[in-house]
Design a protein around this ligand. Structure first.
Ligand SMILES: [Zn+2]
Ligand SMILES: [Zn+2]
Length: 646
């Protein structure tokens, strides 16, 4: 056996003695940034010895894998601190989760948030003490003996469930934990962490087991990154659309109809403003709006394929004419009963089929804003983001094969126009390609994928491929926006469908007089209006552009003496077409301003005796600016200058 191994680092091969530690072959990388290494694709400790030929890559602190190593190592650090502070507390598991980690403990009394600063302080001490983190392999029996001696019955149970003969133990200072690793080389690598919350959790997630005490935390590569993250978390809490929706009086939810918003008058203004905007675009882009039924015989869902693929997500109803009044949800249940539509597409094929179509009639672009129903599980419902009842700015384009690229290009143009107008600066595109289960041949798929790709390239749109994520009936373009909290939302989609025309036997007469199949393009730009409103509220923090603001102007009177003038100003603004209200209450100005700010009214107009005498107003914008003694006509001019898209 050779006593050397060949390692490849950043593409350069070199020969080193067997047993050289990984850290040594990665010289040249500042130790603070390097937290682990990828050896032949697997992330391992920097202290791991090289026994075979390998390719070695650095894992840096701020990479996704690096962050995982840091977060899990911080979970160990927390467990060490907890056991030092609360002797007798048993440890269980401490995995990494999105944005952080948790550790479940069995303490004498459950932890509360009041315990967290103390634990955090001890963690900092332990981190500064620069304890080396060491990995040792021991036999399973030995590990069981060691943890049993420490009274760690949960660890013993975990090890008993491991099939391997040997297990690894990580130790730092006088503390150790059973773990697969990898970990950072020493505790001083852990500088930027924060414990965030506590919760109860059953051992192994089973309610028949003991209740454990869970501590959540997060950790980052740098203090700056941690602070940035905590700021965004706090902002997300303040901007939660359920909280803002209540404060702004937009919508409510009630268990009487789970997952279905009750829009209040102000919420309806936003909803309708968005629909009106889409309608203005539809006129320009050549769409026709239709209204089709909400309730269809299940026969339709059988033809469309929904009965086979989607019926668990549908609200079904018995046939009022049947004697049994029962619902059969089995594979053949479609022969009877009705279902509420989860999508508009199948209904639109009937509009298409209602007339004989020729090649000259195409493309036919049908749009609909009807309510849709989806039987989402109650545990998944979340405000407006995940609902059971929704509307989409849904449209189906029936076109010829040779029109696909142009239609896609037009839609991409529309997408960009809409997101620009709505103030989303970062829009990303992905092309979702042929999934495992698909209809049609691979050749057809590659052709339609190329069409979608070409249309994007023609519009100078850079896109990523989302492999195997297309719908079973065709590839799609997925469009994502990033909000002010740096979260990504998939909003718009454009999908090619060769399947629906087949299933519904759609045809048109071509120029030679023969029957041909059209293609269907499914597309939505805002997507679910409910979710879009939720995203918009959190993106803007409720500070909407004037055209979307439910209440555009609030006129605040300074005293009873200017009641008439307040009414006059409010009346004038209303006649000019603005959504204006007067606040005539006998309250301090500061109070009235705070209330208007909470309701996110973009323009606050203050009137007192001086303003009444000079027929002017003082203006305060929600955005912060102020101006005094503005003549009434100038205020109206200013409001009229606010942009309205399309
Ligand atoms: Zn570990
Ligand atoms: Zn559709």
């Amino acid at each position: 056996m050779s006593s050397n191994v060949t390692v490849k680092v950043n593409g350069v091969s070199r020969v080193v003695p067997v047993g050289t530690v990984v850290r040594e072959v990665l010289d040249g990388i500042p130790s603070r940034d390097l937290v682990a290494a990828r050896v032949n694709g697997k992330v391992v400790d920097l202290t791991r010895k090289l026994e075979h030929d390998a390719s070695v890559e650095p894992v840096l602190a701020d990479s996704p894998e690096g962050l995982e190593v840091i977060r899990h190592s911080t979970a160990h650090l927390m467990a060490m601190a907890v056991q030092a502070l609360y002797p007798g507390t048993q440890v269980t598991i401490g995995p990494v989760i999105e944005d952080g980690f948790f550790y479940d403990f069995a303490p004498a009394a459950p932890f509360t948030v009041e315990d967290l600063p103390k634990i955090e302080a001890r963690m900092r001490e332990l981190a500064n003490a620069d304890h080396k983190i060491q990995r040792t392999e021991v036999s399973r029996e030995d590990a069981i003996r060691r943890f049993a001696a420490m009274g760690e019955k949960y660890k013993v149970e975990i090890i008993q469930g491991i099939p391997d003969d040997r297990v690894s133990i990580y130790s730092q200072g006088d503390w150790m934990d059973l773990c697969r690793g990898p970990h950072v080389p020493s505790t001083r690598y852990l500088k930027a962490f924060k414990l965030t919350s506590v919760a109860g959790a059953y051992w192994r997630g089973d309610e028949h087991n003991a209740m454990l005490s869970r501590i959540y935390g997060t950790a980052f590569a740098s203090k700056e990154a941690l602070e940035e993250h905590l700021k965004l978390v706090e902002l997300a809490r303040q901007r939660d659309h359920r909280k803002l929706g209540r404060e702004m009086g937009l919508y409510i939810f009630d268990p009487i109809s789970p997952g279905s918003p009750f829009y209040l008058p102000k919420g309806v203004i936003i909803f309708n403003a968005l629909v009106d905007y889409m309608r203005r675009l539809y006129r320009r882009y050549g769409y026709d709006e239709v209204v089709t039924p909400l309730l269809f015989k299940n026969e339709l869902w059988n033809t469309s394929g929904h009965w086979e693929n989607f019926r668990e997500n549908m609200f079904l109803s018995p046939d009022p004419d049947s004697e049994t009044h029962s619902i059969d949800t089995g594979p053949d249940g479609w022969r009877e009963g009705y279902g509420l539509k989860p999508m508009n597409c199948p209904g639109h094929t009937f509009v298409y089929r209602a007339e004989k179509r020729s090649y000259r009639d195409l493309p036919l672009r049908l749009a609909e804003f009807s309510r849709l129903h989806r039987a989402e599980r109650s545990g998944t419902l979340h405000g407006l983001m995940r609902v059971r009842e929704l509307s989409q700015d849904d449209a189906h384009i029936f076109c010829r094969e040779d029109q696909i690229e142009d239609e896609i290009a037009l839609n991409l143009q529309m997408v960009r126009e809409v997101y620009d107008a709505l103030g989303f600066e970062r829009v990303e595109f992905k092309l979702a390609t042929m999934p495992e289960h698909h209809l049609g041949t691979e050749e057809q798929w590659r052709m339609s994928e190329a069409k979608l790709g070409n249309a994007m390239s023609r519009n100078e749109i850079a896109f990523e491929i989302n492999p195997k994520e297309g719908a079973f009936y065709g590839p799609k373009i997925e469009i994502y926006v990033s909000d002010a909290l740096k979260r990504k939302w998939q909003v718009a989609t454009i999908q090619l469908d060769y399947n629906a025309p087949e299933r519904f036997d759609l045809t048109y007469t071509n120029s030679a007089g023969a029957e041909e199949r059209p293609v269907v393009i499914h597309r939505a730009i805002l997507g679910s209006l409910e979710r879009f409103i939720g995203v918009l509220i959190e993106h803007t923090g409720g500070v909407l552009p004037l055209w979307l603001a439910p209440e555009q102007v609030r006129v605040l009177s300074l005293s009873e003496k200017v009641e008439d003038y307040t009414r006059e100003v409010t009346g004038l603004l209303k006649r000019e077409g603005f959504r204006a209200h007067g606040d005539l209450r006998n309250q301090k100005l500061g109070f009235k301003v705070r209330e208007a700010e909470l309701a996110k009214v973009p323009y606050m107009v203050v009137v007192g005796e001086r303003e009444a005498a000079s027929r002017s107003v003082s203006l305060r914008l929600l955005r912060g600016e102020k101006s005094n003694a503005m003549p009434l006509a100038a205020l109206v001019e200013l409001l009229k200058k606010e942009p309205i898209p399309a």
